[in-house]
Design a protein around this ligand. Structure first.
Ligand code: AMP
Length: 220
């Protein structure tokens, strides 16, 4: 199963990608998570992407595409993958097509998570992640058992720097300008499924799984 997840910032791509990776036994590939790890570790790549990330802008295409090509070629992706946050513009979508053709793979479908802008701002306000293992929380819909501590590893929960309201607004602007055209790109290829992402995470996962399986059943 090879999937792409599309949706604005805060649409639940990360949460859904984790659930789908588990459900289908496939790799979860998130350039955003990879970049954050590099920034935290203070590597050369981290220093290169830090400024764009802090401003809510896209990291340079060539850097992102190289990183994704490496990930998609790795053994981890042999049994399939769910791409969470890539592609994010048309140039990246075309690069993905080329990478997959080179690897002799194809996408099963692109899943578009639809959410309202109001819900996005509310989720960003409530989003926390574990500073150690990266597990996601939402203070309203999925709070930790002990305030400020990760249920899985006890790590400290933090807000993402790019969840500050002005950065979220900028990320939404970037999404509408560069990433929204991808919905049409995959629709034209007949590879798009759209799911309402404004529901509780488990309901969204069920809807995505049935949409993906239904599409697979009718695929030529
Ligand atoms: P995310 O966790 O997917 O919301 O990504 C966080 C940040 O990482 C984005 O706001 C961008 O600065 C950067 N980033 C993630 N994926 C990409 C991508 N495909 N292309 C360019 N920049 C990206």
């Amino acid at each position: 199963m090879n999937l792409v997840l599309l949706g604005p910032p805060g649409s639940g791509k990360g949460t859904q990608a984790k659930a789908l990776a588990e459900r289908f036994g496939i790799a979860h590939i998130s350039p955003g998570d990879m970049f954050r790890r590099e920034v935290k570790a203070g590597t050369e790549l981290g220093r290169l992407v830090e400024t764009a990330m802090a401003k809510g802008e896209l990291v340079d295409d060539s850097v992102t595409i190289k990183l994704m090509e490496k990930s998609l070629s790795s053994k981890e992706c042999d049994s399939g993958f769910v791409l969470d946050g890539f592609p994010r513009n048309l140039a990246q979508a075309e690069a993905l097509d080329e990478i997959l053709a080179k690897l002799g793979k194809r996408l099963d479908c692109a899943v578009n998570l639809e959410v309202t802008e109001e819900a996005i701002l509310e989720r960003a306000r409530n989003r926390r992640v574990c500073s150690v293992c990266g597990a996601p929380y939402n203070l309203a819909s999925h709070p930790p058992a002990v305030a400020g501590k990760c249920d899985r590893c006890g790590g400290e929960l933090v807000a993402r720097a790019d969840d500050a309201e002005e950065t979220v607004i900028e990320r939404c602007r970037v999404y509408h300008k560069y990433s929204e055209p991808l919905v049409e790109y995959y629709a034209n290829k007949g590879e798009l499924v759209t799911v309402d992402g404004c529901r509780p995470p488990a309901e969204v996962t069920s809807a995505v799984v049935s949409a993906v399986l239904k599409r697979q059943a009718v695929k030529p």
